[in-house]
Design a protein around this ligand. Structure first.
Ligand code: FEO
Length: 388
């Protein structure tokens, strides 16, 4: 299905209402892959769709123009839900030049595995299509390294790639309440990139914007600037008092003894937020970790490994938000005791500043508890150097 959004600007994307998980892990009620055709004296197509949707996509384009007349294919983002049809499209649009960012050019080459006609565009560069002037705005790390926004100056339309998008299988903003899906999308996909969102929002906040055309879900025709302001608000650094998170699970109370030693040592000096990783809500633990000064993870060793909830928790942590944050692992074990080392390795992979962990065989001895207290003092020294 194609339709005109405003004169000479068309939606030619496809719907995917059957999708239940995006990027394998993000639950979604379905989505759309949005693509836009901008027709001036020259013709530009903004993004494509996933490769399996190409037959429907090309029919949408053909309902408006002959694909061989496309002059430019603007690849705002190289994730294959938007670039997957590019290879097939170039075969029927042999005159098209692909316009994209520098990292995008590398990623697309690795996807096509062949040379392709392209030109790298710079931040704020403009392109006159004849009647429509496109301005390119780089917005890296929303949520990949290569992201461009495209703005039609005459029409005040902003094509915003994955930003301001919603996974919802509908294009008409007025036919669906955007919440909670708009916020859920932000939390799942954009929130790890908050500092980059702040930079991107600063680039567009003062632009006159009548319409936002994101890459997924409804086209924002009703108060579009409100959604830019929502991103500004949601990506704002949180003003919180300093605290440390201790997140752990304990089967028989041995790991809990280590946790209590750590907590008792920390508490007189700094607020400690304690979480039960088996039963507390994971998103709340993650949110607390994101704003913590330091984090200590505790797990017993079962079957030569840390317990499953710790891996689910660590899989939810952002290396971008937590890079350099002080962290350590602790735990009791029966006879092999791999959990502390495995957790420490994972934390290093996530770019935390990892301190040596503390282990205890079965019930912690006085010496083990002293080691846990020493770990707490080391954490304090790292995060409050002037007071230790
Ligand atoms: Fe919708 Fe990052 O692709």
């Amino acid at each position: 299905m194609s339709f005109e959004i405003i004169p000479n600007v068309y939606s030619v994307g496809v719907k995917h209402p059957e999708l239940t998980k995006f990027d394998i892990v993000v639950p979604t009620p379905g989505t759309t892959y949005n693509s836009y055709l901008v027709v001036g004296e020259k013709i530009a197509l903004i993004d494509t769709v996933g490769d399996k949707f190409f037959p429907e996509f090309i029919e949408n384009i053909k309902s408006i123009i002959d694909p061989s007349k496309i002059d430019y294919i603007i690849t705002q983002h190289s994730e294959p839900d938007h670039s997957g049809s590019l290879k097939q499209l170039l075969k029927v649009a042999p005159n098209a030049v692909v316009l994209l960012s520098k990292p995008g050019s590398m990623f697309i080459r690795q996807q096509l595995n062949e040379e392709f006609p392209h030109r790298i565009v710079a931040d704020q560069e403009t392109l006159d299509l004849g009647g429509k002037t496109l301005r390119f705005i780089t917005a890296p790390f929303l949520h990949w390294a290569d992201v461009l926004f495209t703005y039609i100056e005459e029409d005040q339309v902003l094509f915003s790639c994955d930003a301001f998008a919603t996974h919802y299988p509908e294009w008409d903003q007025l036919k669906t309440p955007l919440e909670p899906d708009f916020s859920l999308y932000y939390q799942a996909i954009m929130s790890p990139f908050a500092p980059y969102i702040q930079k991107a929002v600063a680039k567009v906040i003062d632009l006159p914007i009548k319409i936002i055309g994101p890459s997924h879900g409804p086209i924002l025709t009703d108060h579009p600037k409100d959604y830019v302001l929502r991103y500004k608000e949601m990506s704002q650094p949180k003003e919180v008092s300093p605290y440390v998170v201790v997140a752990y699970a304990s089967a028989y109370g041995y790991t809990k003894s280590l946790a209590n030693s750590i907590i008792d040592e920390l508490s007189p000096h700094i607020e400690v937020k304690v979480f039960d990783i088996e039963n507390d809500v994971r998103s709340e633990i993650v949110e607390s970790i994101n704003n913590a000064k330091a984090v200590l993870f505790g797990s017993p060793t079962f079957n030569q490994d840390a317990i499953e909830p710790i891996w689910f928790l660590m899989a939810s942590l952002s290396a971008i938000i937590n890079r350099g944050k002080v962290a350590a692992a602790f735990g009791s074990y029966g006879w092999s005791g791999e959990a502390v080392e495995l957790m420490s390795q994972r934390l290093k992979g996530l770019k935390f500043n990892v301190l040596p962990g503390v282990r205890a065989q079965f019930s912690p001895t006085v010496e083990d508890l002293a080691n846990a207290q020493e770990l707490a003092r080391l954490v304090l020294a790292k995060i409050k150097p002037s007071e230790s």
